[in-house]
Design a protein around this ligand. Structure first.
Ligand code: F6R
Length: 605
């Protein structure tokens, strides 16, 4: 993962580099660094830990210079310490890198044989030393091109040179890189969000491209060193979204925002007058679809799992939900009339992007369900359905999950409608129910106090189980993922009916077990599974819309979600699970917005 920034300006750049790096911390936060050309020399500063540490360093010992590059790291090669932090510099060149150089061991040996010495354990340093080597005899463009040709794997690079004091080079293959146009300064950055406070005029490098920026000019080249032109996009202005406001952290803000973001998303897609769902430009005629494959990672994969239940129920289309990192290496038999749907908040997840590239190569019809509409996946997919959640900053995905599920639910209704597989009445009723979802989310959020109390019971436990059947199973998976990533408590999401095939052995006195049992067609069966857990000492939190007084006397906690159309229970059960993970993590003093070892955008395999 990692985030990179580069600025060529006519005024000092270090403070803008720091501000941009703070915005890129969602991509990695185990170390940070920057290089500028200061008094004709490369001035490199780096440290382990957050950008704040780097800022303190600069406060004591400022970096001057009107051009520079910066980096936030999520370690792949070498532990997160100062030496392995980027930039990686020689006497004459300094490099920041996002991605993985897969042939770095081979290149390292070649460079060592030529007499070069390595300081770090990173793969990136080979780029620095290759450039240093080529620059001995080649001009700048040749040295860059020859270096890029040698690299295998993925990269977005920012490079500055001692001998070229007015320019920054950007290059990409596999990892994203945006280029920004400012007034007397120009930029490169891992995403447009990092550049947004400086400019709203952006272009994107495509795979194999590189660019050379000075403060008043940007030149683009393709992999054949041919000069090319780039389209310029103007970004929308949503400045208030990146501010925590009165909230303690971004995650609590984003959980709370779901009552609004769900409304915006539904509003974007439902035509108020016709009471119909607006989806145009399908890359494939919905009547002809023979199979749907939904592909994503982590939380986005859970929304794919969820959608499978919906699509299978209201259409006759067979559906597979796939984890992108597995899918991309399987031998897939692509057939005509199949639709491949890629779900991703960031639109930059490397595995999901690679899976999309594989589908494009095989001429399959593709659709992206994406939050960041300027992202690589959004730009490559045949058609895009945005989720309109606004920037999601907390590493744990919350409002994007609800947005993904809304769009997938709408998509399943629309496809079913276009195929005449749902009655008009049922279609209209489901749209009407969905329009009420934001109110129900608001109601559920208002019971946050109850979860705060329940969370106390989880903090000393070694592990927890989340169980559900049918529509509740993907939500159980998501609840477990949220708890483990935020509070570092081991948690498993399981289909309740599978417990007796092994995991029941884990149930002992006092283990917290969250049971998701809304009154749908699985209710009685899930309640029986709950009794089996209680009989073995499990401490049950039951989440249900059932309002009968007593299902079992031995339930420790019950959280009631509002009553709704049974297919909407999945949305409402998600809320208490997000709140549970949040409050357990808060009580355990964990870093809510930046859990250990993680990053918001996973741009490496
Ligand atoms: C968990 C979480 C991750 C992401 C996953 C995919 O809370 O946020 O599991 O869902 O890394 O990311 P995107 O959706 O950006 O492709």
């Amino acid at each position: 993962m990692c985030g990179i920034i580069g600025i060529a300006s006519n005024k000092s750049v270090s403070s803008n580099i720091i501000q941009a790096l703070k915005k890129l911390e969602y991509r990695g936060y185990d170390s940070a660094g920057l290089s500028t050309i200061d008094n004709g020399e490369i001035n490199e500063k780096k440290c382990s830990g957050r950008v704040n540490n780097l800022e303190k360093m600069l406060f004591q010992n400022p970096s001057n210079g009107t051009l520079g590059i910066g980096h936030v790291r999520w370690a792949t090669h070498g532990i997160p310490n100062e030496v392995n932090a980027h930039p990686h510099s020689s006497e004459i060149v300094s490099v920041v890198h996002n991605g993985i150089i897969e042939n770095s061991n081979f290149l390292k040996k070649e460079l060592i044989n030529k007499g070069h010495k390595f300081k770090s354990q990173t793969d990136t340093e080979v780029i620095t030393l290759l450039l240093t080597d080529y620059l001995k005899k080649d001009n700048l463009i040749d040295a860059i091109s020859k270096t890029l040709e040698k690299l295998e794997g993925s990269f977005a690079l920012g490079i500055i040179f001692k001998e070229h004091k007015n320019l920054v080079v950007g290059a990409r293959r596999g990892s994203p890189l945006a280029v920004g146009y400012g007034h007397n300064e120009n930029y490169i950055g891992s995403d447009s969000y990092a550049l947004k406070t400086m400019t709203n005029k952006i272009s994107y490098l495509d795979d194999g491209d590189f660019c050379i920026l000075t403060n008043d000019k940007i030149e683009f080249f393709n992999s054949k060193r041919k000069k090319i032109n780039k389209e310029v996009s103007i970004l929308s202005n949503d400045k208030n979204d990146s501010d925590k406001g009165d909230f303690k952290d971004f995650m609590s803000k984003e959980i709370d925002e779901q009552q609004i973001t769900s409304k915006i998303c539904i509003h974007e897609y439902i035509d108020k007058i016709r009471n119909d769902i607006n989806f145009y430009n399908f890359s494939i005629d919905p009547k002809k679809i023979k199979k749907i494959r939904l592909i994503g990672c982590g939380t986005a994969f859970h929304s794919c799992l969820m959608a499978r239940y919906w699509i299978e129920e209201i259409t006759s289309i067979p559906v597979d939900s796939e984890i992108a990192s597995e899918f991309r290496y399987r031998k897939i038999r692509f057939n005509k009339d199949e639709l491949y749907i890629f779900v991703s908040q960031s639109g930059e997840t490397a595995d999901t992007f690679a899976a999309l590239q594989m589908c494009k190569k095989n001429k399959a019809s593709t659709c992206g369900i994406i939050n960041v509409t300027e992202s690589s996946i959004a730009r490559l997919a045949d058609f895009v359905l945005p989720i309109y959640a606004g920037p999601e900053i907390g590493v744990a995905s919350t409002k994007a999950f609800i947005g993904q599920m809304i769009v997938l639910y709408l998509l399943s209704l629309k496809i079913s409608n276009l195929r005449n597989e749902i009655s008009k009445d049922d279609y209209l009723k489901k749209i009407k129910d969905l329009k009420n979802l934001p109110n129900l989310i608001k109601k559920t959020l208002s019971k946050q106090n109850e979860i705060q109390l329940i969370a106390r019971d989880f903090i000393n436990s070694k592990g927890a189980m989340f169980l559900g059947r049918g529509y509740s199973y993907p939500i159980a998976m998501e609840g477990a993922l949220k708890l483990k990533e935020l509070s570092y408590i081991h948690a498993e999401g399981y289909p309740a009916g599978e417990m007796k095939h092994g995991p029941l052995a884990l149930i002992e006195d006092g283990i917290p077990v969250v049971i998701l049992a809304p009154r749908d067609r699985y209710f009685e069966k899930t309640i029986s599974n709950m009794q089996e857990v209680i009989a073995r000492g499990g401490k049950v939190l039951l989440i249900t819309d059932d309002d009968t007084e007593i299902i079992s006397e031995n339930i420790r906690f019950k959280f009631q979600i509002p009553k709704s159309n049974y297919q909407l229970n999945s949305f409402l059960m998600t809320i208490p699970l997000q709140l549970l993970a949040y409050h357990v993590a808060l009580l355990k003093n964990c870093d809510i917005d930046k859990p250990r070892n993680l990053a918001k955008s996973v741009t490496v395999e």
